[in-house]
Design a binder for this molecule. Structure first.
Ligand code: FCB
Length: 465
């Protein structure tokens, strides 16, 4: 029987105490602190200085986790809380203490933690040294990862190095809508994605050589991808545009990219490719995922749109245009068309194209915008339908899905959308000093779903993967 452990995760514990501000207890600033304090970057000029107060209110979070009956909890640690200037020269022991408590409390409550090391929030001190565009970042990330494996790896067995490298690269360095807010289309995102792969691979090799023999855990990176299908399934151009688009998002991090050089030549980059090359002197990238970690939210139809842009960008390089199917309902946020069957198709695609890997769905969720609905029936339908599609992928398509994490445990600071978009299974009252958490109707239904889909009662065991 298959193991589908239905779980939820929270926003990482990004920011600190209300009075002492986000630098409480020795935490350093991150690029999201800088970005969100600039005018016009985030909806309503909101920021994450206080957010859900998870640093203060961890016990409340634990209570919510237990109320849902989760078996697993994915959380992201803040690099700048552990290493305020990004390097191991200076360790913030209060930060270590805090995460130790979180991990111990979870384990005592029989909840298995999955830890993400990097979720969009580079220490500002490292951004000041070139950030993800600088080749040196791979070594710095490796030191941070080793520090975490060394400090927490006796108890944590499931690791994600980098969350959504595509989003960091493109939204942060090409579109300027995420931190660090750079707009350098057609080049920077490729360099950043490349360095994220190098950083991930270095950390994986460190784990493999120095920690795995004793700790026996698993390491991967979380790749986001929409499900994409040709607008006209009989049109060869649409079919190849869809393949190109999938290669640019999923494939970029799951296999080597091969589509960009032709376009470089057209734009006069003949002697120098815009794509950085991996060095033979560095540890190989291939084979550095112990499982496939997938973040899925939505789907698109794709049509070909080659050769009409004068501006070099990832979009012009990929030569594929996204189209929304009018029959797909839109959730609160405009980008999130609700397509549960897209996840089943994407899972089959991954099974077929990536040698039937063990897959964790590390994120999936539904957003509310506008007037608050505690009886959030649409989100209930969303989770029921989506998880039932995952069930079909397992039982009918034979996909090796090992776990499902809902995004997210509670409403939180949703990046450039601030607090205007609510993804939680728990509502958070951001006007309340205590940030009161209240379970949505969807939380109650999610708790029932977890029980219904307990196909394998055992926790995910690394050795089985
Ligand atoms: C993912 C991010 C997560 C949240 C959800 C809605 O891309 O990893 O932090 O923003 O989308």
């Amino acid at each position: 029987s298959s193991n589908l452990n239905t779980t939820a995760k929270s926003i990482k514990l990004l920011w600190g105490l209300i009075k002492s501000g986000w630098q409480a207890d020795g935490r350093g600033p991150s690029i999201w602190d800088t970005f969100s304090h600039e005018t016009g970057r985030v909806f309503g000029d909101q920021n994450g200085d206080v957010a859900c107060k998870s640093y203060e209110l961890w016990e409340e979070d634990l209570r919510s986790i237990l109320q849902l009956g989760l078996t697993h909890y994915r959380l992201s640690v803040s690099w700048a809380r552990l290493l305020p200037d990004g390097t191991t020269q200076h360790v913030n022991h209060k930060g270590v203490q805090y995460y130790n408590k979180v991990i111990d409390d979870l384990l005592n409550a029989r909840v298995t933690p999955m830890i993400t090391l990097y979720h969009f929030d580079l220490p500002q001190a490292l951004q000041d040294r070139g950030g993800w565009k600088s080749p040196n970042i791979a070594t710095l990330f490796d030191s941070y990862a080793r520090f975490c494996f060394q400090t927490f790896g006796d108890r944590v067995k499931l690791w994600i190095t980098v969350n959504e490298p595509y989003v960091c690269a493109k939204l942060g360095h090409e579109d300027a809508i995420h931190a660090p807010g750079l707009k350098e289309p057609g080049r920077a995102a490729y360099v950043v994605g490349h360095n994220m792969l190098r950083a991930h691979a270095s950390a994986w090799h460190s784990y493999d050589a120095f920690f795995r023999p004793k700790q026996k855990g698993l390491v991967s990176l979380a790749i986001n991808s929409d499900w994409l299908e040709p607008l006209d399934p009989d049109c060869a151009e649409d079919i190849s545009a869809t393949e190109r688009h999938l290669a640019f998002t999923l494939g970029w991090f799951a296999w080597p990219v091969t589509f960009i050089d032709t376009n470089s030549r057209k734009h006069g980059y003949s002697s120098e490719s815009r794509l950085p090359f991996f060095s033979k002197d560095e540890p190989p990238i291939l084979g550095t995922a112990d499982f496939f970690a997938l973040n899925y939210y939505t789907s698109r139809k794709v049509t070909s749109c080659s050769g009409h842009s004068d501006i070099l960008s990832m979009k012009s390089d990929r030569g594929a245009q996204e189209v929304l199917d009018p029959s797909w309902p839109i959730s609160g946020v405009s980008w999130l068309a609700v397509v549960p069957h897209g996840l089943r198709r994407l899972l089959s695609y991954i099974k077929k194209n990536f040698s039937d890997p063990a897959i964790y769905i590390t994120e999936n969720g539904f957003a509310q915008v506008g007037s608050l609905e505690m009886e959030d029936v649409q989100r209930v339908t969303f989770y029921k339908e989506t998880i039932s599609e995952v069930a079909k992928a397992i039982t009918e398509d034979g996909v090796n899905v090992r776990g499902y994490f809902a995004w997210s445990l509670m409403d939180n600071f949703e990046w450039a959308d601030g607090y205007s978009v609510r993804f939680g299974l728990f509502h958070v009252d951001f006007s309340d000093e205590k940030r009161k958490r209240t379970m949505y109707h969807s939380g109650r239904e999610y708790a029932k779903l977890i029980l219904k889909y307990k196909w394998g009662s055992s926790l995910i065991c690394p050795k089985q993967l």
